[in-house]
Design a protein around this ligand. Sequence first.
Ligand code: G2I
Length: 511
Amino acid sequence: MNSVKRCRHSRTRGLPTLLAGALTLALTLTGGPATAAQQGTLHELAAAQGKYFGSATDNSELPDAAYTAVLGSEFGQITPGNSMKWDTTEPVQGQFNFAKGDVITDFAAQHGQSVRGHTLVWHSQLPSWVGALPPAEVEAAMTHHVTEEAAHYRGKVTAWDVVNEPFNEDGTFRTSPFHTAMGTDYIATALRAAHAADPDAELYLNDYNIEGLGAKSDAMYALVSELLDEGVPLDGVGMQAHLAVQYGFPYQMQANMQRFADLGLDVAVTELDVRMQLPADAAKIATQSTYYRQVVEACLAVERCVGITVWDYTDKYSWVPSTFPGQGAANLYEENLLPKPAYYAVRTALGGEGGPGEGGGPGALRAQYRSSDSSTGDNQIKPGLQLVNTGGTAVSLSDVTVRYWFTADNGASRYSTWCDWSPIGCSSVTHRVAALGTPKAGADHYLEVGFTGGSLAPGAATGEIQLRLNKSDWSNFDESDDYSHGTGTSYADASKITVYVGGEPVWGIEP
Ligand code: G2I
């Protein structure tokens, strides 16, 4: 069973994909810099190469609407970070509770995503009753657990991490209640039980630090070779890929993936993140982007690498800081859900057009905007702006200007402009209003923002710049039709705010 059944992973979404395609075309024809949305999502880019691109998530994160908006659109696959683990699904022997996992599979179904089940048999997050059983009862308890859970999720998960983390770092088998009771046979027993309960699911063994060639991956290789020889149902190997910039990139990851593929197994990158010692700096950020890119390149180069899952997509919900104090910044998006250089590195590696991480340079500047003003009819306009350097080289801010386009409506033609707050210091931010000789739709003036100095390192952002303007007679505006106005309350790429370096447009579309 280990040589077929690959296609379900690579599915693209139906209608939303078509609509996104139409939107891409329409926006491309209007010219201007391409945004992430214009080029397709990470999953769409991966799917075009026959892979999926997914993210872990957790129930506690789903009330966060800004978070789920990205989770539901950018990713084609999800893995529950905790809610299918034994301590959640069978906390008391024989009492199963799939409510939390069901929330995840429902979310996935609503968003056209596949689900990786994680995980059936693991030494961790194991309720204490399992370890307290007499060894003679462990096999029956394990088989019952695997059977009930795999049967419950039959048709809802495409793959299972049947056994998680069976090895120590030196390649010896890890001690667990299962190993103690059954020796290494517990692995084949668990796989057979999972296959009996859900014959269509892809069955995996999953571990960390097996991404490169080495003692631990050799041990996994020996184990799966033996299982296949014995005819045990096994479809793939999951490489977690919890990487760290300070530990180097896994040795010969592509070759290691290929040797598993050559056995007739699929390979999946199941929990990718790249942590660093905080604070982040440009060098660490660049290394992180390189590692993410190299993982994508390795997967693309190995036909049987079916896809990549990041262990949540944002630093906001990373497991890293609580497990490795002082480390973090491991994910593709910042805590405020802005994509980081690593995100653009992944896009580029997946074949996204002209990824800004490629060359660097001022063309990699992006304007992001949020409205800090719930009233569109009062006497002030309050845009929040920030600039992000998604490229590989620093940008000198004194060369940079930004325009926010609006209509004056009636009233006085003189303006006051303000910078209320910015982490880079309002004293380094200049601002003025200029009138257009020829009014455009939604714009007869613009607020121009500049900088007295400073530079934006690769991967750096200015942080928000809270701006405000009013007419000298304090008459009201009608912002609802202003070209640059938006209603989003968290920072997002804004193509209707234009950015210039040395007077040359580098971002956005003018009215
Ligand atoms: O540790 C990172 C991952 C390594 N590979 C297997 C994965 O299953 C594992 O995931 C993490 C989750 O991301 C964490 O969220 O597994 C951790 C536990 O081993 C999870 O942390 C736990 C906390 O330790 C608990 O205190 C907390 O109640 O998450 C629980 C639910 O939020």
